[in-house]
Design a protein around this ligand. Structure first.
Ligand SMILES: *Cc1c(COP(=O)(O)O)cnc(C)c1O
Length: 219
């Protein structure tokens, strides 16, 4: 299958899953995860109308997206990988959405860069729903308080929560937990679901899904 066919199939399934939950067909944003793929591999997705992309490394994204943006100015870029505070300046300068705010230090660094650059990416708090040691994200019990801290102490507009469920577990309970935490924290948007489980995530209320290999092929 060509990339455009795979992309269209994912779009179709997203629309169907959204309709099945009683939402509009276009209620769920597809974030096409292009990590490890170079500009030449990404261009066919842009040509097929895809405008929202996800990358997990700041440096890798810096290497390919400024050029692609010159060609297509209305692209939106999401950071979906862990952020170190020494990369906050680059991240705020490059990304439209940072989905991985997960601790006070990085929230402070982002706030300082927003102040300095006058550029205001949209922000999500990443939650480690499986409490996995190797995984980034704030603990579920601390999520609502952390969102409140980001808002009131740092003036950050947190618009949603993001999670990556443990690979070896049924993702449904993790998606349900994220939806519950979002309600408690008073945020509207939920970034959850990847190639293997995005329809399930939509059933649990995802407002955006991050799909890589189902579009670009295996990495
Ligand atoms: C790589 C990645 C994805 C996409 O994974 P696929 O299984 O290829 O769809 C989604 N979210 C995050 C945070 C990722 O790092």
């Amino acid at each position: 299958m060509e990339l455009e066919e795979r992309l269209n199939e994912v779009r179709d399934r997203i629309r169907k899953a959204a309709l099945a939950t009683g939402r509009d067909a276009d209620a769920v944003t597809l974030v096409a995860v292009s990590k490890t793929f170079d500009a030449d591999a990404i261009r066919p997705a842009i040509a097929a109308g895809q405008r929202v992309f996800g990358e997990n490394r700041v440096q890798e994204a810096q290497g390919k997206w400024p050029g692609l943006r010159d060609e297509t100015p209305d692209l939106k870029l999401h950071l979906i990988g862990p952020l170190q505070s020494n990369k906050a300046a680059e991240a705020v300068a490059l990304f439209d959405v940072i989905e991985t705010v997960d601790r006070e230090k990085i929230a402070r660094a982002i706030a300082a860069e927003i102040e300095r650059q006058g550029r205001r990416p949209r922000l999500y708090v990443q939650v480690n729903t499986g409490l996995e040691e190797q995984k980034a994200g704030i603990a579920p019990d601390d999520a609502a308080l952390f969102v409140a801290f980001c808002r009131s102490e740092l003036g950050l507009e947190i618009e949603g929560l993001m999670c990556i469920p443990p690979v070896d577990e049924n993702p449904g309970p993790h998606f349900a937990l994220l939806a519950k935490l979002a309600k408690e924290a008073g945020v509207e948007r939920l970034s959850m679901g990847m190639s293997g489980d995005y329809e399930t995530a939509i059933a649990f209320g995802a407002t955006s899904v991050r799909v890589g290999s189902a579009i670009f092929g295996s990495r």
